[in-house]
Every structure is written in structure tokens, then in C-alpha cells.
Design a protein around this ligand. Structure first.
Ligand SMILES: [Zn+2]
Length: 226
């Protein structure tokens, strides 16, 4: 038990000292799961593969099952670029072409559990870059209207879209949990993921794993987010 507590402590940015996060995290009607960019191009063999990117799929599936059983919302984000997207090298951006709309690379990983009630959120579908799923849509309003207060975020990649989604979630006033066992980083520099995690925690995110997430009682089933 002592180890549990230590693993789930974090240092807040204001230097107030070690703080214990509220664990376990209970899935209730105010909690949503955000699965970030589990697309072929970010998995081994893809145009912008994250090392072991596909390894997060079975773990995410377990989170998805828990949320399904709770009747809680599940959102799937996807990079969804036009062929001349500004992030591509040909247009002066940093990345090779990836996740071009309707291409095989843009499809979700075939092993990812995608329940019919899951909500797909496309991002960066115009020329401009967007790393966070909050950018360029009215999702924040929709989540607030539904009474969502807490987001559990995992996927690809820790040092880009997961990080930006976590930070934006915090910025917009959500309580945000990073799924340590269900994210992997690109690590252009070897320590990028670790730095990203430190930044998330410094801004108030909490780091959790599958066993920290429980469902006490069946949550009230939601209207699907449209
Ligand atoms: Zn992209």
C-alpha cells in the first residue's frame, strides 16, 4: 500500500510539497476517456512510427472496457490531414507526410476496440497544425454541456499530441489524468517524453495506471456526443 501511495504522488508547480492525488480514480458520469491518435502511421511500419506504439493498444482496450462497462464517454482523436498539410516537410514543416485523410495510415489500429458509442474527433484537418484535440473545434463546450469534469488521456505520442491534449485540458479547467501505461513517446531527443511528463505534472496533471481506475457503480448512461 505504501508503494501505491508513493507511486501516485506528484510535485505541484507552486512548490507546496508532495501531494497525494485522489486515488483510486472512480469512473463516474463526469469522467471521459480520451484515446489519442492510435493510427497506423504512428505504429510500427507507419510513416511516423512511434517505437512500440502498438504496445499501448491492449492496455487502452482495457481502459475502454472499463469505460464501456461504466457507460462513460470514450473519445478517439485522430490526426486527419489534408495532403498538403503545413506540418509536412514539403510544406516546410517538420514531419514526413502522415495520417492523410482517408489513407490507410490514417486508419485506427485494427486491434483497437472501438465501441459504436465512441466518439471520433478529427484534428488538424485544415492546413494549420493542431496537436491538441481541443484545437479547431467546439469540443470543450460539448464536454462541459455534458457535465464532463475529468479526462483520462493516453495514446500517441506522449511528447506531442498526448502532452498538448493534457495541457489544453488543464487550461480549460478539466481535471486531467495521464495514463502512464497506455502512452508512448516519439523521443526525437531521448528525454522528450520524460520532459513532457514533468511539464504535465507541473501544470497539475496526475499520472495513473490501469489499476488506479475503478468503477464503483454503474454510471448513468449518456446521450452520445454528436
Ligand atoms: Zn500530424
Amino acid at each position: 500500500m505504501k508503494n501505491e501511495v508513493q507511486r501516485n504522488t506528484y510535485f505541484p508547480a507552486n512548490g507546496a510539497g508532495l501531494i497525494e492525488s485522489q486515488l483510486p480514480v472512480e469512473i463516474d458520469k463526469h469522467t471521459a476517456l480520451v484515446v489519442v491518435d492510435i493510427q497506423n502511421d504512428f505504429c510500427p511500419g507507419g510513416a511516423l512510427a512511434v517505437a512500440d506504439g502498438d504496445k499501448v493498444v491492449p492496455v487502452l482496450n482495457k481502459y475502454i472496457e472499463k469505460f464501456r462497462n461504466a457507460g462513460a464517454p470514450i473519445l478517439f482523436t485522430r490526426d486527419w490531414h489534408p495532403p498538403d498539410h503545413s506540418s509536412f516537410k514539403e510544406q516546410g514543416g517538420p514531419w514526413p507526410p502522415h495520417c492523410v485523410q482517408n489513407s490507410e495510415g490514417a486508419r485506427f489500429h485494427p486491434d483497437l476496440l472501438m465501441p459504436p458509442e465512441g466518439v471520433i474527433v478529427s484534428k488538424a484537418d485544415k492546413r494549420d497544425e493542431a496537436y491538441s484535440f481541443f484545437q479547431g473545434n467546439d469540443l470543450t463546450t460539448k464536454l462541459r454541456e455534458r457535465g464532463i469534469k475529468r479526462l483520462l488521456v493516453g495514446g500517441l505520442a506522449t511528447d506531442y499530441c498526448v502532452k498538448e491534449t493534457v495541457l489544453d485540458g488543464l487550461k480549460y479547467g478539466f481535471e486531467v489524468f495521464h495514463l502512464d501505461d497506455a502512452s508512448r513517446g516519439v523521443n526525437v531527443e531521448p528525454a522528450d517524453s520524460e520532459r513532457a511528463l514533468q511539464e504535465m505534472v507541473a501544470r497539475g496533471a496526475k499520472r495513473i495506471k490501469l489499476n488506479d481506475v475503478v468503477m464503483k457503480s454503474k454510471a448513468i448512461l449518456h446521450e452520445p456526443i454528436k
